[in-house]
Design a protein around this ligand. Structure first.
Ligand code: DNO
Length: 390
């Protein structure tokens, strides 16, 4: 029986959740990155090996690199982008040399994932991550002051944003900005002027142009990955729609199909993130799992609950709009077909119980993720017992 490999994201030695904690969750694999290496620079073999040994000393294995960040020059195809592509290829080779089989990355312009609140209170008192259009508009129009930002929102949102801006005090505005620009735990934070400057090159780049830049990048790196036996897993846009006037190009099945058609190399695959994709009502996750089939190289399981305005909060892993039972069932079928175990991790979790009040990486406190992992582990076992044994 081929089951998902249970993994746990760890942000390196500074993560308040230790490797030993990870071990206690029952996971066998670690998902991590060399967060201290500046974006765009080559990951040296020695540094990868050092981290790998540390993980193995704790009785775990380094299953997936998440992420080797793609430098902005590659996304915009400006400046020294060729040089950065060469460095990316070198990092792929080094990761392969150390025996790590999967690399996740994303092609979201400027920001990685974006939320507007990191401590949205659930009815049971636990805290969740939240995305709200009105808050995003407050940030965009009144803090970032992006030119013609109002044009990207429906009138009802800009009207509410104007009211909310009047209600927020200086501290609330600063907090909102810090949340929107949060980025990756442990990595350098952007300032508002830096974000403004990073948005500038994208005034010339629409969805089609960004997609071309992605395909050009993939055409260069996928043959390298194939040659050294590493799989590439692109993470979908989170959230799965355009924000801050930026183009987005990886959030529907049509987007994935386009990438496979342009770059058919087997290494070219995806990170099937049910939380990111699930925030769009247009995406039917069980159907998409089936459609992406052998292109799924890594799995993030997480749930979201959307409202009619398109705002969403991160729900319990088995409790939101995504039919997790149907998704896991489909993933099990794919794994039996290809006789592989695909690594998965419980993506995010609520801050709850003993983690409440602790300083943790948003979405990555231990107990909420442990709950998600345990529920999904049980769900998978239940499906196996009922579907695969007579
Ligand atoms: C958020 C994560 C993302 C993801 C990257 C992958 O919690 O899922 O930051 O790691 O976008 O490149």
């Amino acid at each position: 029986m081929y089951k998902m490999q249970q993994t746990w994201r760890w942000f390196g030695p500074g993560d308040p959740v230790s490797l030993q904690d990870a071990k206690q969750t029952g996971a066998s694999g670690i998902v991590t990155a060399l967060h201290h290496i500046p974006h765009g620079e080559t990951w040296p073999v020695e540094e990868v090996m050092k981290r790998k040994n540390e993980i193995e000393k704790a009785g775990l294995s380094w299953s997936v690199v998440e992420s080797i960040t793609v430098h902005e020059s590659i996304k915009t195809r400006t400046g020294g982008y060729k040089n950065y592509i060469d460095k990316y290829k070198e990092s792929i080779r080094h990761v392969a040399q150390c025996g790590i089989p999967v690399i996740t990355y994303n092609f979201m312009p400027v920001n990685d994932w974006t939320r507007t609140q990191l401590d949205y209170t659930m009815p049971d008192g636990s805290k969740a991550l939240y995305f709200n259009w009105v808050d995003l508009a407050v940030f965009d129009i009144y803090i970032l002051k992006r030119k013609e930002a109002e044009l990207n929102y429906p009138e009802s949102i800009t009207r509410q944003a104007a009211e909310r801006f009047r209600e927020y005090n200086e501290q609330q505005l600063q907090e909102l900005a810090a949340v929107v620009m949060f980025g990756i735990p442990g990595e350098k934070k952007m300032t508002v002027p830096e974000m403004r400057a990073s948005l500038e090159p994208y005034r010339e780049i629409d969805k089609a142009a960004l997609r071309d830049n992605l395909c050009e990048f993939l055409k260069e790196i996928a043959p390298v990955a194939d040659e050294c036996g590493v799989k590439l897993a692109i993470h979908p846009d989170d959230p799965p729609f355009d924000i801050l006037g930026l183009p987005r190009t990886v959030n529907t099945q049509a987007d994935f199909d386009y990438l496979y058609a342009k770059v058919p190399d087997p290494s070219n695959g995806i990170c099937f993130c049910t939380g990111s994709l699930g925030a769009s009502a247009a995406n039917d996750l069980p159907v998409m799992a089936k459609q992406n089939d052998s292109r799924i190289h890594f799995i993030h399981l997480r749930n979201v609950r959307k409202d009619p305005e398109g705002n969403f909060y991160e729900a319990d892993h088995l409790g939101g709009d995504v039919d997790m039972y149907a998704v896991v069932k489909e993933l099990l079928t794919i794994q039996q077909t290809y006789r592989i175990s695909i690594p998965f991790r419980p993506d995010h979790g609520h801050q709850m119980l003993d983690d409440t009040g602790k300083t943790t990486n948003p979405g990555y406190s231990a107990i909420g993720r442990l709950r998600g992992l345990a529920e999904i582990r049980g769900l998978e076992e239940g499906i196996i017992r009922s579907e695969y044994t007579s």
